[in-house]
Design a protein around this ligand. Structure first.
Ligand code: TRP
Length: 329
């Protein structure tokens, strides 16, 4: 069976951007591939974080994975920091990765601006840790959002360099692009998740969802109720495309362009659809968050299985790079 690795950074509670852009797409892959779904906490600590919150985030992430339908019987759910081979392999890959490759990564350039006063090596090295995550399991494919493509391209470059320097052991992983594309926050500007107010979380009630949507940014040109709108520039219309039926999408598309319906009418339909789709996830999530024993068992089992694969790969790597010293035996 071919293998897949993907992961989410536990840097906040999971929201519909994580669900649509990642987890929902992962569900369909569980039967075709052997999947490893990571909670990549060592990526999360490359920016300032709260120590207490980190553990809550990890628990929320594990619970969200399962609540949304990732099945621990089929897939491996793991926590990156607990499988030391991830960081060990990162070090080895560091020795063959030219610094300019990393300086050119778009997310690094963004972070370099954002954290100019506290720019750390972890941010520069982020893509190498990500490459290690993937190739440690010799993953054939990686489902990711479009924003991650430069990282994946870099992983392939590192793989080619490793294989040509030391000998062929790693496959070049291909990307599987999430159909949910990139979900913008309710402010209509940045990627969902950049600030608290621009997210809809997986465990929000219908009332909370409505409250957030009712103030969400729509087509900025449509100011008064009777102005005609342009759905193609409206962030909420892109959410309709992901949550609503064909008929509803046509209805709001035409209604907005002719000003037959107002933004609130459009938001009401969207709010109901999001609430309905999230209802079972929310219910599962509430149950799971009260069952830390179960989550602990699932993660420990996943960590154990990941380690078995990771050890195997590392023995091959040690051999290739010449650190299986015979004189010690
Ligand atoms: N960088 C990814 C993101 O921000 C998270 C990630 C870390 C990842 N390691 C990975 C994704 C390995 C896919 C495979 O979304």
């Amino acid at each position: 069976m071919k293998r897949i690795f993907s992961g989410i950074k536990p840097s906040g509670r999971l929201h519909i951007g994580n669900y649509l852009g990642a987890i929902k797409n992962w569900l369909t892959l569980q039967d075709e591939y052997q999947c490893v779904w990571g909670i990549v906490d060592y990526h999360a600590i490359t920016v300032p974080y709260d120590l207490i919150e980190l553990e809550e985030r990890v628990i929320d992430c594990a619970a969200s994975y399962i609540a949304a339908g990732l099945d621990p019987e089929k897939s491996i759910l793991m926590l990156q920091s607990q499988v030391k081979e991830h960081t060990e392999l990162t070090w080895i890959l560091n020795t063959i990765t030219p610094i300019p490759w990393l300086e050119r990564v778009p997310t690094f350039k963004d972070k370099a601006k954002q954290f100019s006063a506290s720019l750390n090596m972890g941010l520069l090295d982020y893509p190498v840790l990500m490459a290690a995550d993937i190739i440690l399991y010799k993953a054939d494919a990686v489902p990711v959002g479009e924003d991650q493509l430069p990282h994946l391209e870099l992983t392939r470059k590192i793989v080619r360099r490793f294989n040509s320097t030391f000998g062929q052991i790693f496959p070049e992983p291909k990307s599987i692009i999430s159909s949910g594309a990139l979900i913008k926050g309710l402010d209509g500007k940045s990627k969902m998740g950049k600030s608290l107010e621009n997210c809809i979380y997986l465990d929000e009630t219908p009332e909370e969802i409505w409250k957030k949507l009712s103030t969400a940014v729509t087509d900025p040109q449509r100011i008064r109720r009777n102005d005609i709108g342009n759905p193609e520039v409206c962030n909420l219309f892109s959410l309709h495309k992901l949550f609503s039926t064909k008929d509803q999408i046509n209805y709001v598309n035409n209604g907005c362009k002719t000003a037959d319906i107002g933004c609130l009418d459009c938001k009401r339909i969207l709010s109901d659809n999001i609430s309905n789709e999230l209802a079972p996830i929310r219910e599962n999530l509430i149950k799971l968050k009260n069952n830390n024993d179960y989550l602990r068992d699932v993660l420990n089992e996943g960590i154990k299985k990941s380690k078995e694969i990771a050890r195997q790969t590392m023995y091959e790597v040690y051999d290739k790079i010449g650190v299986t010293y015979k004189f010690l035996k």
